[in-house]
Design a protein around this ligand. Structure first.
Ligand code: ATP
Ligand code: GCO
Length: 248
């Protein structure tokens, strides 16, 4: 049984996204939106829909791939910044993971007390259910933020595609040093997560390992424009790979 004391040893029924890089020639992507406008950094323009995913209230129907994009990493790494950007460019709903914490968790973090596995468990399952709900509502994908600091936390979310082979779950891990995130959190105003909490996040952080092939890692020590462009590239590349694999 999966509990907050154990990690899943394997994931059944999932076709993980390949983190392999493709060329930048994104032409057709598996989205319900008829067009996707790329930011200035992607001057190859507008992507047209290949016409794959149906969104007639049956997001998890047998045809068409659906995607959950989980933007992860410790406090201050840029999850909200990157996730909002991806959701807006891809025309997908955005779920802010912090909004799903119960008040007790917010109170703890505000008081400088790190959350425990038990504190996070229901929060993780709530996020997983909220993502699935967005897909069931007819969206072809959803972007959400979730620190997902430990392997077993990611495994909780990995249950999502268990009964839906056409649902693809992806983690976008935003990587930076503790020193850098400390600086960013210190510079941030009006947030319950104080700079004194950054160390506790790194203390328990389990960076995704190579066998976690549903994870792409992004170096967020670069300017935010580069980070966002890189994240979008990786999302588009991943969708392209899945689409090609499905045709074979
Ligand atoms: N690449 C970047 N370069 C410089 N500053 C950045 C970058 N990415 C994000 N920031 C800034 O760092 C701060 C933290 O970003 P953001 O709130 O998106 O992180 P977060 O991971 O969602 O944080 P939290 O988990 O604590 O809510 C913000 O002030 C944001 O503007
Ligand atoms: O797992 C956790 O400890 C929490 O999700 C934190 O990561 C915060 O909610 C977030 O970073 C806000 O600063």
């Amino acid at each position: 049984m999966l509990s907050y004391d154990s990690a899943m040893s394997s994931i059944k029924g999932q076709t993980p996204a390949s983190p392999a890089l493709l060329s930048n020639g994104h032409q057709n992507i598996d989205q319900s939106a008829s067009t996707i406008r790329l930011p200035a950094a992607h001057s190859n323009g507008v992507l047209t829909n290949g016409g794959a995913a149906s969104t007639n209230g049956s997001a998890l129907s047998p045809s068409g791939a659906h995607h959950i994009w989980l933007v992860t990493g410790p406090a201050g790494c840029g999850k909200s910044t990157v996730a909002k950007y991806l959701a807006s460019v891809l025309h997908l709903p955005y779920i802010e993971g912090d909004e799903f914490h119960p008040q007790a968790n917010i109170d703890k973090m505000s008081a400088g007390i790190p959350l425990t596995d038990a504190d996070r468990w229901d929060w993780l399952t709530a996020l997983r259910e909220a993502s699935l709900h967005e897909l069931e509502n007819g969206n072809p994908g959803v972007v959400l933020t979730c620190s997902a600091l430990k392997r077993k936390y990611r495994d909780v979310i990995r249950v999502a595609p268990y009964f839906s082979p056409n649902l693809h779950l992806h983690f976008i891990y935003l990587d930076a040093s503790e020193e850098l995130l400390l600086q960013r959190v210190m510079a941030r105003q009006n947030h319950y997560m104080g700079a004194n909490m950054v160390h506790s996040q790194f203390d328990i952080l389990e960076r995704p390992t190579k066998d976690e092939i549903d994870v792409v890692t992004i170096d967020v020590s670069r300017p935010v424009e580069n980070v966002m462009a890189d994240a979008l590239d990786k999302v588009l590349e991943t969708m392209e790979t899945i689409k090609k694999d499905a045709k074979q």
